[in-house]
Ligand binder design. Sequence first.
Ligand code: NAD
Ligand code: IPM
Ligand code: MN
Length: 361
Amino acid sequence: MHAEIVVLPGDGIGPEVTAAAVAVLRAVGQRYRHHFNLHEHAIGGAAIDACGDPLPEKTLAACHYADAVLLGAVGGPKWSDPGAKVRPEQGLLALRKAMGLYANLRPVQPHPATLGAAPIKPHLLSGVDLVVVRELTGGIYFGDKTRDGGSASDVCRYSVGEVERVVRRACELARERRRHVTSVDKANVLETSRLWREVATRVARDEFPDVTLEHQLVDSMAMHLLSRPRSFDVIVTENMFGDILTDEASMLAGSMGLLPSASLGDERVGLYEPIHGSAPDIAGRGIANPIGAILSVAMLLRHSLGLAMEAGCVEQAVSATLDDGIFSAELAHGHAAGTREITAAVLEHIAADCHVAELRD
Ligand code: NAD
Ligand code: IPM
Ligand code: MN
C-alpha cells in the first residue's frame, strides 16, 4: 500500500525517539513491500525558532493531507518562560484540535520482563491490560483563559456531544476487549463532571447494554489504579484527568518511555506519539527509551493504515527485545542500552521474526 506519513520530531528527546520510530516504519515498509512516503515538518519549539509559530501553516497543511502523523514531543526550558507569548505546547494542542482528534488511546500492558523495574509490587502488575481513552479536544485545556492583574482563570467546558462521542469510542473499544468501562470524573464537585456522568450513563445504557459501566471519582481512582490495576479494562475520562492518570499509569509499565498513544477522530487519519514529553533532563545523551515511540508506530499501522499484521510484528519485536533484557537506563539494573542499541535490537527482531506470507515458500 501507499501511505503519506507526516513526521514531526519536535524538541528535546523528540527527534531521538522519532528517528528510532522512523527506522522501524521504514523496516516494516521494506519487509512488507509498502510505500511509506515520509514528510518531515517542524512543530513546537523547533518551529518557534524557525519561524515564530509552534504550528506553521505548512506543517498543518501537510497533516491535513496525510494518512497519518507521527510525533515525538514538544517543549523545553528554552521556551518555558512564564511570560512567553508563544509556547511549543500550543502547537500540539492546536494540531489535535484542527484535526478533530478527540479520543486519545493510551494502552498500558506491563511487560513481564519489566515488572521488577516498576515501583509497584510485581504481583499486582501481572495480567494488567488496560486502555485509557482520554478526551483530547475539550475541557479546561481549551476553555477561555484570562489573566487580569492578580488573578487568572481557565474555564472548563464540555458539551453533551463532546462527551457522547468519546464515551461511545470507549464503549466500542470495550466491545473488542473485556466489555468493562470505568468512567472517571469529579462529579461530587464539578458541574462538567455531573454532565459527563449523566451522558456516560445514558450512552452506555441505551447503546451498549452488553458493556458494564462503573463510575469512579478521580482522586480515589488515582489510588485504585495503583492498588488494583488488573480490575480495569477501558478507562474513559476528560482531558486533564486523562493526562495526569496516564503519567501515573506509566509507572505500572515501569517507565514513561514505554507508553504509546493514538489520537483519533472520525476520520481514519490519526496522530501517534509516545505519552512522554521532551525530557530535557536526558535530551541529547542518546539514552532516551524509544519504545513508546516505536509502539506508537504499531498503533499507526493498525489504526490509520489498517495493517494489523504489521502492527503485531512491531509489537512482537518490542516484546522480544525486552525479553532479551535490553533495557534503557531508567529501567536497567545492570547494563543500560542506549536509544540506538534498543532500536537495533527491535530491527533485528523484525528482520528475524516477522514473516511475510508470500515470501515464506
Ligand atoms: P517528560 O515526560 O518530558 O519527562 C518526565 C520524566 O520522565 C523525566 O525524568 C524524563 O527523563 C523521563 N522520561 C520521559 N520520556 C522518557 C524516555 N523516552 N526515556 C527515558 N526517560 C523518559 O515530562 P516533563 O519533564 O514534565 O516535561 C518536559 C517538557 O515536555 C515540557 O515542556 C512539557 O510541556 C513537554 N511535554 C510534551 C509532551 C508532548 O509533546 N506530547 C508530553 C508531555 C510533556
Ligand atoms: C501529553 C502532554 C500534553 C498534554 C502537553 C505537552 C500539551 O502532557 O501529551 O500528555 O497535556 O496533553
Ligand atoms: Mn501529559
